[in-house]
Design a protein around this ligand. Structure first.
Ligand code: CO8
Length: 260
């Protein structure tokens, strides 16, 4: 178990609960993503682990998404390494053979929303203060095609088009309405409901469920795996542009001002 991640594996149920603990807001930094991918890989290799629940140890936030500091004022080499780690996180989760459940116990913008979308099922705390969505355009940046595809696969084309253009963050009840999450429960029941749900999914024969999951997701996954280096190059060129760096800087200022 690493400091940024607490993994509770229950041998008798075959279900692991992964608590993200990267204070203050579980931003997906290069360091965090590296640890995260190693931990998921370990569980994936362990034949006795059949289910994975993702949740947050931080109050009010599931994950604030990609760590902006890994994209702001960094060298092209750093940005490339960071982006490869983001790709890896998505590939590992979206193609996982395990039943994956997002227990979303707080806000989940951008990369946090993407992480949730890779799961088989999403349970969110019923709290109007918590929001979820792909808000990239609000930062002056553009959600990559595989973020977009993952959202389309979940909520459909029209809803995704509008959500991405406007960078919409949905309250938990609005997220349920559009199908961005599957179920709302009181905050103190998020994890218990996830545990119950994973049991239901695990009652289906593994091989049949896994082949079906792969059939649904493979075209989307192949699109990235066959274009990984080009996608990294595109990200690095985009994110290191002066105008984009300026947008990120303004967004960071806004985050700080909003606090007071
Ligand atoms: N990265 C780095 N630092 C962050 C991030 C982040 N994503 N989010 C918050 N922080 C920092 C804040 O600046 C603040 O720092 P400090 O204490 O030094 O002032 C600290 O974390 C705590 O944040 P808040 O005070 O805002 O905490 P709250 O509990 O009030 O709010 C929220 C939590 C709702 C998560 C809020 O922090 C928030 O909205 N954060 C921004 C979330 C966001 O917009 N993330 C988008 C990241 S971009 C992404 O994930 C996909 C990019 C795809 C790139 C494609 C390019 C081609």
């Amino acid at each position: 178990t690493s400091p940024k991640l607490k993994v509770d594996f229950n041998q008798s149920t075959g279900v692991a609960v992964m608590h993200m603990q990267n204070p203050p807001v579980n931003s997906l930094s290069l360091g965090f993503l590296t640890e995260f991918c190693i931990a998921v890989e370990k569980l994936e290799m362990d034949k006795s682990c059949r289910g994975l629940i993702l949740t947050s140890s931080q109050p009010k936030v599931f994950s604030a998404g990609l760590d902006i500091m890994d994209m702001y004022g960094k060298s092209p080499e750093h940005c490339a390494e960071f982006w490869r780690a983001v790709q890896e996180m998505w590939l590992k989760l979206y193609s996982s053979n395990m039943v994956t459940i997002a227990a979303i116990n707080g806000s989940s913008p951008a990369g946090g929303c993407l992480m949730s979308l890779t799961c088989d099922y999403r349970i969110m705390a019923d709290n109007p203060r918590y929001s979820i969505g792909l808000n990239e355009t609000q930062l002056g940046i553009v959600a990559p095609f595989w973020f977009k595809d993952t959202m389309i696969n979940t909520v459909g084309h029209r809803t995704t088009e509008m959500a991405l253009e406007l960078g919409l963050l949905y309250s938990s009840s609005d997220a349920l309405k559009i199908g961005l999450v599957d179920q709302l429960v009181p905050e103190d029941q998020v994890l218990a409901t996830a545990t119950k749900t994973v049991t239901k999914w695990l009652a289906i024969p593994d091989h049949a469920r896994q082949i079906t999951k792969s059939m649904m997701r493979k075209p989307t996954i192949d699109k990235l795996t066959s274009n990984r280096e080009a996608d990294i190059q595109f990200f690095v060129n985009f994110i290191t542009k002066d105008s984009i760096q300026k947008s990120l800087g303004m967004y960071l200022e806004m985050l700080k001002k909003r606090k007071s």
